[in-house]
Design a protein around this ligand. Structure first.
Ligand SMILES: [Zn+2]
Length: 376
């Protein structure tokens, strides 16, 4: 299931403004037959990473001078295959899975052609009063992953074989983007549903290649380091063993994966999916585990779609080790959660969560797990 996977063909072409587009899977046979003929000007991106000294976190400020030459009409989805009457981001008339650089990215490789800072260091500002308000260019890359050519499909509608092609694309991009100069972490994710701000309904996800290690991953690695010092063990291994020992929060179990609602779930319905054998990244996942993931994940998504009176809006987040540290301790896993707690009722990130970062959950994780088990 790696980027070298000979079963999944990958073809890279260049869009009219110089961005890369990659086709994964069976079609098109000859992508070069379908050049991008749109009159696109290159977008100038100005992104800055500013260091929040009190929180100890980077914040990206993205103010783009956007060239709006290409503004699709409402009835022209930019993620559908191109047709005679509609030129989209994907020039071919057909595809299985397509990945391309976001035209208006939050993070972008500098104009010199190299991301960020070049040396792989995270480059936090030095201590001292002279550096309290410090930032740097936010290099990196943002990509869009089209899961299917069918506009009205969702990930849950894919066959296990199509899901495997998406996985191959995720693994390929995780490996390649982690090798870009200045990239510190690669994050594959999907936002699904208008409730969480998705403006394009076409089934798609995104990939962010950050020029720093994200705050959540950084905290997880710090917790791992403390736990290692105190116990000599790996924290992810021990947490997974503890969760597996308590069936009340288990949702699904395969030969290679366990899906459970975490003991301290933040969201009304939240499932974490871990491979039993710890690996740091999608690239390191074996074939058998990769194949089983597709079936289990599709099962989980279909259960989420049956939770309410209509398909649940959700966020699906792959957690992987950073590009340059933590690979010996971090455990690849997927976190899937919905922002909905009942039909028509959203959980808003309000005063406690947004103001203090302090979550409170109205549904017990045990109740949520029991409900998700029943929906199978
Ligand atoms: Zn579409």
């Amino acid at each position: 299931m790696t980027h070298d996977d000979p079963r999944v063909r990958k073809t890279t072409v260049t869009l009219a403004d110089g961005r890369e587009l990659m086709y994964f899977g069976a079609v098109p046979e000859r992508p070069a037959d379908y050049p991008d003929r749109r009159p696109l000007a290159e977008v100038q991106v100005r992104s800055e990473a500013r260091w929040d000294r009190l929180a100890g976190e980077w914040v990206v400020i993205a103010s783009h001078r956007q060239d709006r030459t290409f503004q699709p009409a409402d009835d022209q989805c930019p993620l559908c295959p191109s047709s005679a009457g509609s030129r989209t981001e994907i020039p071919a008339p057909e595809y299985e899975v397509a990945v391309f650089e976001n035209r208006f990215p939050t993070l972008k490789t500098a104009e010199t052609g190299h991301a960020g800072d070049g040396d792989g260091a995270e480059r936090k500002p030095p201590p001292g009063p002279g550096h309290l308000l410090a930032g740097r260019p936010a290099g990196g890359r943002c990509e869009v992953v089209c899961f299917s050519p069918r506009h009205t499909a969702s990930f849950a509608d894919l066959s296990p074989g199509q899901a495997a092609t998406v996985m191959a694309a995720w693994a390929d991009r995780s490996a390649e983007l982690a090798r870009l100069p200045g990239v510190e972490q690669v994050y594959c994710f999907e936002n699904r549903g208008a409730e969480i701000g998705v403006t394009l309904s076409h089934p798609h996800g995104q990939i962010y290649a950050y020029p720093y290690v994200t705050p959540r991953t950084d905290r997880m690695l710090s917790a791992c380091a403390s736990y290692r010092r105190e116990t000599g063990s790996n924290l992810f291994d021990d947490v997974l063993a503890a969760e597996e020992a308590d069936p009340s929060r288990i949702v699904l179990r395969g030969s290679h994966w366990t899906a459970f609602v975490p003991y301290a779930a933040r969201w009304p319905y939240e499932v974490h999916l871990y491979p039993r054998r710890r690996v740091p990244s999608l690239v390191a996942l074996g074939d058998a585990a990769g194949a089983e993931f597709c079936g289990l994940y599709l099962d989980l998504l279909r259960r989420f779609d049956r939770l309410f009176d209509r398909p649940a809006p959700y966020i699906s987040a792959w957690h992987q080790a950073p590009a340059h540290r933590g690979g010996d301790e971090f455990a690849l896993h997927l976190e899937l959660f919905t922002v909905m707690r009942a039909p028509g009722k959203l959980k808003y990130l309000a005063g406690s969560e947004s103001g203090m970062g302090a979550f409170a959950n109205d549904i017990t994780p045990e109740t949520a797990a029991a409900r998700l088990r029943q929906l199978g």
